[in-house]
Write a protein that binds this ligand. Structure first.
Ligand code: CA
Ligand code: CA
Length: 228
């Protein structure tokens, strides 16, 4: 799903450590290829319908680049929605619990939560998997639609009918490294039935923030040296 855009263009990951010759390393005049220096090239912005002169085209607080590489819309302020983003401070020992829900139409099978990290543009090749530790099953609505909840296995027994399943994901920061800027890590969470059918999948983003960043704004995020 990574690099999958609404208009189905598939850009390549930027060379994050590019030095000389990169857009930002150019002479002082405005770049011909990335006018607003937001990591999204003018041509890509035209294709996506975003604003070539605004690094946050939909003013949702997420830079165009971060939305583009994580599969969210650059022009819809509801994408990602508030409940699609988890935040984790880059401080050793920090953790965050992230609650999410998936609606399934059960046929009596068990249903288990399934976490999957997307490839990212992190220069250290980190993904959401490097921070994800556990997921658990929390509740079902209506409760009588499930026979039991195996909390630590993120599993609901015998789900029958239209049911909203609640899960809790835990992310922990165990790295020694510090973050100079915030980085978004896309992931999907789906529900798998005992017969292998996958349903209720939705995309999310874990934002790992600079440890001392009290207020996150678009300037807080890492941007590539070039543009996509
Ligand atoms: Ca741009
Ligand atoms: Ca935005």
């Amino acid at each position: 799903m990574l690099w999958l855009f609404g208009c189905s263009i598939v850009p390549q990951p930027p060379a994050r450590d590019a030095g000389a010759g990169s857009v930002h390393a150019d002479s002082g005049k405005p770049s011909a290829t990335d006018r607003d220096h937001d990591g999204v090239c003018d041509d890509t912005e035209r294709t996506l319908g975003s604003n070539l002169d605004d690094p946050d085209s939909d003013h949702d607080g997420f830079p165009d680049f971060v939305e583009a590489v994580n599969g969210f819309s650059l022009t819809d302020p509801q994408s990602p929605a508030l409940d699609q983003v988890a935040y984790l401070p880059a401080m050793q020992g920090a953790s965050t619990d992230f609650d999410l829900r998936a609606t399934v139409d059960g046929a009596g099978d068990g249903a288990t939560g399934d976490f999957a990290a997307y490839t990212t543009v992190d220069s250290h090749k980190r993904t959401a998997s490097d921070f994800f530790t556990t997921d658990s099953a929390v509740a079902a609505e209506p409760p009588d639609n499930v026979r039991g909840i195996e909390t630590t296995s993120a599993r609901f027994d015998s789900v029958l009918g239209h049911t909203r399943l609640s899960f809790r994901l835990r992310f922990e920061y165990k790295l020694d490294a510090t973050y100079k800027c915030a980085q978004g890590y896309g992931f999907a969470y789906a529900v798998k039935t005992d017969t292998g059918k996958q349903t209720g999948s939705r995309d999310y983003m874990l934002v790992v923030t600079k440890a001392d960043s009290a207020a996150l704004d678009i300037a807080s995020y890492c941007l590539p040296a070039g543009c996509i």
